[in-house]
Write a protein that binds this ligand. Structure first.
Ligand SMILES: Cc1cc2nc3c(=O)[nH]c(=O)nc-3n(C[C@H](O)[C@H](O)[C@H](O)COP(=O)(O)O)c2cc1C
Length: 186
């Protein structure tokens, strides 16, 4: 059974991110074709990126937190990134979490769920570009949530029902691609 990590994209204390990530997980758990796990980057307490050697050259990480993060990403076959949009990009916390690792990401698939006042689509496109370098293949279907219509007071997540079907379509693609890409990893 392949393992898919639902990765949070915000670490601030007052984030709405965890509500969206838990919703994605509740939809994913209706499936039997993969195992799904919430992977909250906040739990890993990664320090601001300060590794002496980039992960593309060495996995001998200096930060103890990075070793734990490496082990988690290594054991996953695919991902769903749940990202907000900060100044038209992903958060620095998510960028650091990606930058810490390299081979752990290689030849795996990902879906993206975005949200923001403009649906987070620019951040999602930014994330797609970033993920090309660590060789993560991003699927096309992308649920995009509005802070104005899928949240009450921009804080309490109340998604429009139609998004659930889009999440399932995205997961179909993530599971298929994650399964296929597993065959080319050693
Ligand atoms: C520093 C900062 C920059 C932001 N920039 C954008 C933006 O460019 N586009 C957008 O749609 N929303 C933007 N927002 C609004 C966020 O999408 C909104 O605050 C959302 O709740 C952030 O996700 P989080 O609560 O999970 O951290 C920004 C918020 C912050 C804090």
């Amino acid at each position: 059974m392949i393992k898919i990590g639902i990765i949070t994209g915000s670490t601030r204390d007052s984030r709405v991110n965890i509500q969206v990530a838990e919703w994605v997980k509740s939809i994913a758990e209706q499936r039997t074709d993969a195992e799904f796990e919430l992977v909250d980057i906040k739990d890993y307490n990664l320090p601001k990126f300060n590794e002496p050697i980039p992960a593309i050259m060495s996995q001998d990480y200096q930060a103890p937190e990075a070793k734990v993060w490496s082990k988690k990403i290594q054991e996953l076959d695919g991902f769903v990134f749940v990202t907000p949009e900060y100044n038209k990009a992903i958060t620095s916390g998510l960028k650091d979490a990606i930058d810490y690792l390299y081979v752990e990401w290689n030849h795996k698939a990902a879906g993206i769920v975005s949200y923001g006042s403009t649906l987070g689509v620019t951040a999602a496109n930014n994330l797609r570009l970033i993920l090309t370098v660590p060789k993560v293949a991003t699927v096309g279907t992308q649920p995009a949530l509005s802070l104005f219509t899928d949240f009450e007071e921009m804080t309490t997540f109340k998604p429009a029902p139609f998004h659930e079907e889009t999440v399932q379509t995205m997961l179909n693609e993530v599971v298929a691609w994650s399964t296929a890409l597993k065959t080319i990893r050693s």
